[in-house]
Design a binder for this molecule. Structure first.
Ligand code: ATP
Length: 365
């Protein structure tokens, strides 16, 4: 299997820049998700790694070898477009062996490779079955088998579950991750669905307008977003932003938030007075009579174990995730208390996160 490294990768279509100077490394055996909204450059990045699109600038290295100008076929990478598209007139074994047959491999060799692949995917017992009768999970295994049988160095997948309904997609995410854990193939997976990325990936690169905004584990990008775009994109409902003006000093453990003082994780940089934003995840808010931010309950959405309560404050509408047992009355005035250890701070102008002790806490344990 393989390490994939991309360096200063850029792709322009005439005047329009679809991918802007990406640099990152995907370690051998990693399940790596490229996540972002429609049009942010995920597919273009993937197509460049596959060799289906030539970069305008930059390099692609596969296990240290520069493959930037190698043809797709010479890269030894499997591009999986649609996991469920199988040949209906062939049985499972023929479906899996088809790419080898196209390469002109000898029949006995194809047989061995197909059997080895089926063994890895635990579908040996299905080799002579027709594909029409297979369950969704088995269809996915066969489609992956067809990609694996060539023994590629890496798998590239572009929204392979996009056409499925939500429940089935969730099931397939579990299947795909399970397969990855057994095969340990380097996988680059493009999706605009944060739940898919969060549930499957070891590492997520979040893209916005052609740029990679942050790369990290699902926990890192959720808990310590590098910028307001990531904070807003990851999490449902999104992180709340409460805007204020002020200066910050390294070592401070509280901020002047309008006319009140709020405890925050220790600040690790100096800031002259600037437009700032306090970032609060909905689950880090609770109702407290003495809470320093007050507001009026606008609505409540019951979700079973929790409820999402929206509150109109002087600083905008805020979403809080509360236990469904909490009694909430629309229109009542409530005090809000934030879990001070879990707050984020951003420069509202650049959108970038302010460094705090939380970041270090994450990196070192
Ligand atoms: P989606 O999820 O909608 O596919 P994406 O993040 O994968 O989005 P890309 O398909 O990489 O985005 O496209 C990035 C931008 O580049 C889009 O604005 C798209 O219109 C543009 N683009 C992609 N391919 C071409 C092309 N061949 N010619 C011109 N513009 C292109």
């Amino acid at each position: 299997m393989a390490q994939i490294r991309i360096e200063y990768l850029r792709k322009s279509f005439d005047q329009f820049t679809a991918v802007e100077g990406s640099t990152f490394t995907i370690d051998d055996g990693t399940f790596f998700a490229l996540l972002g909204p429609s049009g942010c450059g995920k597919t273009t990045t993937l197509r460049m790694i596959a060799g289906l699109e030539l970069p305008t600038e930059g390099k692609i290295l596969l296990d240290g070898e520069d493959v930037t100008f190698h043809r797709a076929a010479a890269r030894d990478i499997a591009f999986v477009f649609q996991l469920f598209a199988l040949y209906p007139h062939m049985n499972v074994g023929q479906n899996i062996g088809f790419p080898l047959k196209c390469q002109g491999m000898a029949r006995h060799e194809i047989r061995e490779r197909v059997q080895e692949t089926a063994r890895m995917l635990r579908i040996e017992h299905l080799l002579s079955s027709k594909t029409a009768k297979l369950s969704g999970g088995d269809r996915q295994r066969v489609a992956l088998g067809r990609a694996m049988v060539r023994r590629p160095k890496a798998f590239l997948m572009d929204e392979p579950l996009g056409a499925l309904d939500a429940e089935f997609r969730h099931l397939m995410c579990g299947e795909l991750r399970d397969l990855h854990d057994r095969i340990k193939a380097t996988t680059v997976y493009v999706t605009h669905d944060q739940l898919e990325a969060m549930s499957m990936a070891d590492q997520i690169a979040i893209m916005n307008k052609g740029r990679v905004e942050q790369i990290g584990t699902p926990q890192e990008v959720y808990d310590r977003p590098a910028c307001m775009f990531v904070a807003d994109f990851i999490g449902s409902p999104s992180m709340n932003f409460l805007h204020f003006e002020g200066g910050l000093r390294s070592g401070d453990r509280a901020i002047n938030f309008h006319d009140t003082r709020l405890a925050v994780p220790e600040i690790r940089e100096d800031r002259a007075s600037a437009a700032l934003a306090l970032g609060v995840r909905p689950e880090h808010i609770r109702f407290a009579d003495a809470g320093s931010v007050r507001g009026e309950v606008f609505g409540a959405e019951y979700l079973g174990t929790t409820q999402i309560v929206t509150i109109d404050t002087a600083y905008g509408r805020v979403a809080a995730r509360l236990p469904s047992s909490a009694s909430v009355r629309i229109g009542e005035t409530v005090g809000l208390e934030f879990n001070s250890d879990r707050l984020s701070l951003f420069d509202a102008g650049s959108g970038l996160a302010i460094r705090t002790a939380r970041e270090e806490g994450m990196r070192h344990g």
